[in-house]
Design a protein around this ligand. Structure first.
Ligand code: DAT
Length: 176
């Protein structure tokens, strides 16, 4: 492997703070922030929206082909921001950060975002059942997945600092 920088997945239920964390990390580290939702929308890597949940039905092959065409696997230095993580090949990913949030905080954030009905309920349930965390643990090796709390600004700053320190260690271990 010749990557100069690690690739990091920031994942979790919608509203936990993925974009907020990914933007700050990308800025501080000089990494490229890939909002997978935005790419799916912009490039039409989907087959329309699921009627019940209102989320995109993603064409995973097209999305992966697109990611493969970037320098992600060759040079690293990417932050992938998405509510799912088991799609990305394990060999691309060095760290998976699963952000977690308490029910009350998440409820307020999602209502503010205009979520209601089934969509709100499903996302609340998914966070309580820690669906994304289980998916991450099932898809990646031990030591790759880290669970971090994202309730307030103090958590955000602490989490960003921890990931930055982790990147420094990764460079020390991987760049000769
Ligand atoms: P996601 O990308 O996971 O959907 P987001 O980054 O858009 O989430 O965050 C949703 C809202 O919650 C947004 O208004 C920022 C706020 N937020 C998230 N994490 C936070 C934190 N640790 N401290 C303060 N605000 C936070």
């Amino acid at each position: 492997m010749t990557r100069k920088n690690p690739n990091i997945v920031i994942t979790g239920t919608p509203g936990v703070g993925k974009t907020t964390h990914a933007e700050e990390l990308a800025r501080n580290l000089g990494f490229t922030h890939l909002s997978i939702n935005q790419i799916v929308k912009d490039e039409s890597f989907h087959e329309g929206k699921d009627e019940g949940t209102g989320s995109w039905v993603v064409d995973e092959d097209k999305l992966l082909d697109h990611l493969e065409s970037t320098s992600l696997s060759a040079t690293g230095g990417y932050i992938l921001d998405w509510h799912a993580c088991d799609l990305f090949p394990e060999r691309w990913i060095d760290l998976v950060v699963v952000l977690r949030c308490g029910s009350e905080t998440l409820y307020d954030r999602l209502v503010k975002r205009g979520y209601g009905g089934k969509k709100l309920e499903e996302n609340m349930d998914a966070e309580i059942m820690q669906v994304v965390l289980e998916e991450a643990r099932a898809g990646y090796g031990e030591g790759v997945v880290v669970e971090l709390r994202s309730e307030g600004v103090g958590d955000l700053e602490g989490n960003v600092g921890r990931v930055e320190e982790w990147v420094e260690r990764w460079r020390g271990d991987n760049i000769k």
